[in-house]
Design a protein around this ligand. Structure first.
Ligand SMILES: NC(=O)c1ccc[n+]([C@@H]2O[C@H](COP(=O)([O-])OP(=O)(O)OC[C@H]3O[C@@H](n4cnc5c(N)ncnc54)[C@H](OP(=O)(O)O)[C@@H]3O)[C@@H](O)[C@H]2O)c1
Length: 300
């Protein structure tokens, strides 16, 4: 049975993977985050990984503060690029497959049709540039790598748009939300399940041979989000509908809400490749959102 290391274990995706770990009890799991293991410390990464010897390393750790990254580029680079290189090198040495997470922000959003994995990248900001360089580092230093680009993540864990909207709706009667950026809200719990699905399929090929070279589906980039698309305004509308809240919601253009980092106006991801390769079902973002909003309500 596989040994699975998960970095960024206290983040949104990491927390969802922790919840899901029980559904694959035969696997041996190791969840790690700061301060236990700082991934920018290459020696520590190799030493700790050599002690565990994972079959899979799921890298859910990242510098995700998109606006802060604009004035903190060196730190964003250390986490999103240098740390990824550390993990990829250790994976190569230890014969581990790396499942590395990336972002729709590698695109500039000028395309206006769902982005394929092969479409040219052109990040608009520091975060996107570091994530793109991180993808390249992962694939360059460990061929047994899968890069999964995702988008607009939310979860019952951590801070995200869903939780912010629910809080603001209770504090204020009137909210202004951007209506000219379009993407796909993605429930981190669905992404976590998709990653488990991928690992099960990869491991089923790997087990008898104990060499990743013969496993198909690696050394590839895949796009994953929930199905459908929405503006942030549509997303907020969906949240309030499901939570039975009724604030006055005003659609505004991006120009009315300036932020340090520019964001793609359109970043819907085409998911045919991951669905086809791994026979992966994906549900609509509204169905996933319903589940998350119900979970948050049950926790109140
Ligand atoms: N959030 C989104 O909307 C979104 C969209 C598209 C793609 N993604 C990608 O999806 C992945 C998961 O995102 P997420 O939202 O789950 O991230 P998250 O909630 O921000 O969690 C990231 C985790 O990584 C940890 N971390 C940061 N620096 C580290 C280091 N040097 N060593 C070890 N751990 C470190 C963080 O710890 P601290 O909190 O202590 O810093 C945090 O626990 C990331 O690759 C992200 O780029 C996210």
């Amino acid at each position: 049975m596989p040994k699975i290391m998960v970095t960024g274990a206290n983040g949104q995706l990491g927390s969802e993977l922790k919840e899901l770990a029980a559904t694959w009890p035969a696997a041996e799991w190791w969840f790690t985050d700061l301060p236990d293991l700082d991934l920018t410390d290459g020696r520590a990464v190799l030493a700790e990984m050599a002690a565990f010897r994972p079959d899979f390393c799921v890298n859910a750790a990242a510098y995700t503060a998109v606006d802060k990254a604009e004035t903190d580029a060196a730190n964003a680079w250390r986490v999103n690029v240098d740390a990824v290189e550390n993990l990829a090198r250790a994976c190569k040495q230890l014969n581990s497959a790396l499942i590395h997470l990336s972002t729709d922000f590698v695109f500039d959003g000028h395309h206006f049709k769902p982005y394929l994995e092969t479409d040219p990248t052109h990040p608009l900001g520091v975060y996107g540039r570091t994530k793109l360089a991180g993808e390249q580092a992962a694939l360059a230093h460990n061929p047994a790598t899968v890069v999964v680009r995702t988008a607009w993540l939310y979860s019952a864990h951590g801070n995200n748009f869903v939780k912010t909207m629910l809080r603001l709706a209770r504090e204020r009667g009137h909210l202004r939300v951007i209506a000219d950026q379009v993407g796909t809200p993605t429930y981190a719990a669905d992404l976590a399940e998709a990653l488990l699905h991928l690992m099960r399929q990869l491991f089923a090929q790997y087990e008898p041979q104990s060499d990743w070279k013969t496993v198909t589906g690696l050394e590839e980039i895949y796009h994953y989000s929930n199905e459908g698309l929405a503006s942030w305004y549509d997303f907020a509308h969906g949240i309030f509908e499901l939570a039975d809240l009724n604030p006055q919601l005003e659609p505004i253009p991006t120009s009315a809400y300036p932020t340090p980092a520019r964001r793609p106006a359109y970043s819907v991801l085409d998911k045919h490749k991951i669905k086809r390769t791994f026979n992966l079902p994906i549900r609509h973002w509204r169905d996933a959102l319903r589940q998350c909003v119900a979970k948050l309500a049950a926790e109140e």
